[in-house]
Ligand binder design. Structure first.
Ligand SMILES: Nc1ccn([C@@H]2O[C@H](COP(=O)(O)OP(=O)(O)OP(=O)(O)O)[C@@H](O)[C@H]2O)c(=O)n1
Ligand SMILES: C[C@](O)(CO)[C@H](O)COP(=O)(O)O
Length: 229
C-alpha cells in the first residue's frame, strides 16, 4: 500500500471512570442536551468523508454502550489507564489494517471536535514522516506550585514561550504507534510515546471548542456550548 492510499481509522478511548467529574456514572455517558457525550464525540468521525472506520474502546464490563451501528465498532478491551486502553484497541484492530494505515486517537471526553478540525489534522499530517496532533499555544501565565491544596503557593513563574497544550485527535501510523506505546507504559498521550522514540510530531492548531471535559463544571459549559448542535 502506498502512503497516498493509506486508510484513516478513528480510535476513541471511552473506558475511563470519570473520577474527577464525579457525576455518578462514567462521564462519557453523561447527558449533554439530550445525548451522551460519547454519542456527540462520535458525530464528527461518523460524518467525516476522510475517515474509513470508527472504533470505540470500552471497558470490558461496560453495559451502557448502545450505539452499535454499522458506523461504529465497539471494542471491549479497555484497560486501567488511557494508554492501556489505546494500546489494547490498537492490538485488537492490527490484524485488519496495514502497518502504514493512519490511526486518529481521540478522547471521548472532547465532544467539541468537528469534521473541519479532523480535516485540518489529516491535511497537515498525511504526507508527514511522523504524524502529529491538534494543540493550542498556551495563553495563560504558568505557575509551579509549592505545597498542595489549601497550602498551595507559587513556587515559580515559568516561561511559556513555545509551549502548546496537547489536544486530540493525535494521528500516527498504526505500526509506529503500537511500538511506541508498547515501549512507553507511562505515556499520557500518543505524541509522548512517539516522542520517546526520538520523533518530533507535527503541531497542528486545534480549537478552544475542542476542550477536554474533566471536571463537573466542564459539563455545564458543554451543555451551554453544544446543546443546540
Ligand atoms: N482507563 C482509561 C482511562 C481513560 N480513558 C479514556 O481516555 C480519555 C481521556 O481520559 P480522562 O479525561 O482522564 O477520562 P477518565 O479517565 O474517565 O477521567 P478521570 O481521570 O477523571 O477518572 C477519556 O475519553 C477516557 O474515557 C480510557 O479509555 N481508559
Ligand atoms: C490525551 C490528552 O487529552 C492530551 O491533552 C490528555 O493527555 C489526556 O489526559 P488525561 O489525564 O487522561 O485526562
Amino acid at each position: 500500500m502506498t502512503a497516498s492510499s493509506a486508510r484513516f481509522i478513528a480510535l476513541i478511548p471511552a473506558a475511563g471512570g470519570g473520577s474527577r467529574a464525579d457525576l455518578g456514572l462514567p462521564k462519557q455517558y453523561a447527558d449533554i442536551g439530550g445525548r451522551s457525550m460519547l454519542d456527540r464525540t462520535l458525530d464528527a468521525f461518523r460524518a467525516s468523508p476522510l475517515i474509513d472506520a470508527v472504533y470505540v474502546v470500552l471497558a470490558p464490563d461496560d453495559r451502557r454502550f448502545d450505539l452499535a451501528t454499522e458506523e461504529v465498532r465497539p471494542l471491549y478491551v479497555g484497560g486501567a489507564s488511557r494508554r492501556d486502553s489505546v494500546l489494547a484497541g490498537l492490538n485488537a484492530i492490527a490484524g485488519s489494517y496495514g502497518p502504514n494505515d493512519w490511526v486518529l486517537v481521540h478522547d471521548a471526553a472532547r465532544p467539541g471536535i468537528t469534521t473541519a478540525l479532523i480535516a485540518d489534522l489529516i491535511d497537515a499530517c498525511r504526507d508527514d514522516a511522523v504524524g502529529g496532533l491538534l494543540a493550542l499555544p498556551v495563553a495563560d501565565t504558568l505557575k509551579r506550585a509549592s505545597g498542595q491544596g489549601d497550602e498551595a503557593r507559587v513556587g515559580a513563574t515559568l516561561p511559556r514561550d513555545g509551549l502548546w497544550a496537547a489536544q486530540t485527535p493525535q494521528m500516527f501510523r498504526l505500526d509506529l504507534l503500537r511500538r511506541a506505546y508498547a515501549a512507553a507504559p507511562d505515556a499520557t498521550d500518543e505524541a509522548g510515546a512517539v516522542e520517546a522514540m526520538g520523533h518530533a510530531p507535527r503541531l497542528v492548531p486545534g480549537s478552544q471548542r475542542n476542550f477536554k471535559l474533566t471536571w463537573r463544571e466542564d459539563f455545564a459549559l458543554a451543555r451551554h456550548l453544544f446543546a443546540n448542535e
